[in-house]
Write a protein that binds this ligand. Structure first.
Ligand code: ZN
Ligand code: ZN
Length: 316
């Protein structure tokens, strides 16, 4: 099944002929639901999973994110002029590596740490939490900058998951305050129209006005945007795309591999499970990543909660 290319701007003017519905180009997340949904799904997926303990930790982390998102609700408020200037220059208004964060992201981080039960955490994680609590504002901001630019020092890898989680809450809250009509898809369609980050996974819808539509979900600000299905999100190639999954599973999660650029991206099928979550199901299908990596494909972009030990983490 092939779908028409979405319009190049976020301003969709309506179907070109009667009876044909076009997918919404951009969907903003609801911060009050986004992290709770991921937490609940992770808990469900953890039961009996080979990585149960780790998935339960990630569920607890998502729940701590939910608490921060719904109580402190850290966010930047951009004026419509700022948003217009960015979109006219074809830039994401909340550019992850350029946006000047409000200090509330750091308060969000501390509140997040308060809601992590460290009694069952490995000693290294407990130590990372303790260190984060005692770092000054400038150090935390440098840590966040390094994380967002993909140049985190190896010695900070233990803190990365908590910094990433706090930044997700902040950027999700910030994106949710934007007006959808002010936003435009970027020319680089693989990147988020709000913050310019890569996606964590793509979800093919089974409900709504345009079932069968692929939405990519931002790894940082949780915005979803439409991306045509029959095209590699990394190189735009169409000739050597294959869907690969784990034999005998429910078919919810597949890897879309591209033989042209040797990358892959996850694709999730709502039609096989209406509860599928772009964040939780990506984490719980780490086994598929390992299989696809063994077959010689590189993931299009890392899940930011998994940066520990990643090649993007560079030595000091
Ligand atoms: Zn984003
Ligand atoms: Zn490709």
């Amino acid at each position: 099944m092939k779908q028409a290319e979405a319009p190049p701007s976020g301003k969709w003017t309506g179907p070109s002929h009667a009876g044909v519905k076009a997918p919404d180009p951009i969907l903003l997340a609801d911060p009050a639901k986004r992290f709770a949904a991921t937490a609940q799904r992770l808990k469900h997926l953890a039961a009996g999973h080979p990585m149960e303990a780790w998935l339960r930790f990630m569920a607890a982390l998502a729940y701590a994110q939910h608490v921060v998102a719904t109580t402190l609700a850290p966010a930047a408020v951009l004026t419509s002029t700022m948003v217009a200037q960015a979109t006219e220059a074809r830039l994401p208004p909340l550019a992850a590596d350029g946006h000047r964060r409000e200090s509330s992201w750091r308060e969000g981080l501390l509140l997040l740490l308060d809601h992590i039960d460290s009694s069952e955490l490995p000693p290294a994680a407990v130590e990372a939490i303790e260190q984060l609590r005692h770092r000054d504002a400038a150090t935390l901001d440098t840590l966040a900058d390094h994380f967002l630019r993909g140049v985190l020092a190896a010695s900070d890898a233990g803190a990365a998951v908590f910094v990433a989680a706090a930044l997700q809450v902040y950027f999700t809250g910030s994106a949710a305050r934007l007006q959808i009509d002010d936003l435009r898809l970027l020319e680089e369609r693989a990147l988020c129209p709000c913050c310019g980050s890569p996606s964590v996974s793509g979800l093919v819808t089974a409900s709504g006005i345009t079932p069968g539509t692929r939405y990519l979900y931002c790894s940082l600000c949780s915005t979803a945007w439409n991306h045509v299905r029959a095209v590699c999100i990394t190189c735009g190639g169409t000739r050597e795309l294959f869907l690969q999954g784990i034999e005998g599973d429910a078919g919810v999660v597949k890897a879309e591999t591209c033989g042209e650029c040797h990358t892959y991206a996850k694709r999730l099928y709502q039609v096989h499970d209406m509860q599928v979550d772009p964040y939780a199901d990506d984490l719980a299908s780490l086994g598929l990543d390992i299989l696809i990596a063994e077959a010689g494909f590189a993931r299009h972009a890392q899940n930011p909660l998994l940066l520990v030990g990643d090649s993007e983490v560079v030595a000091e």
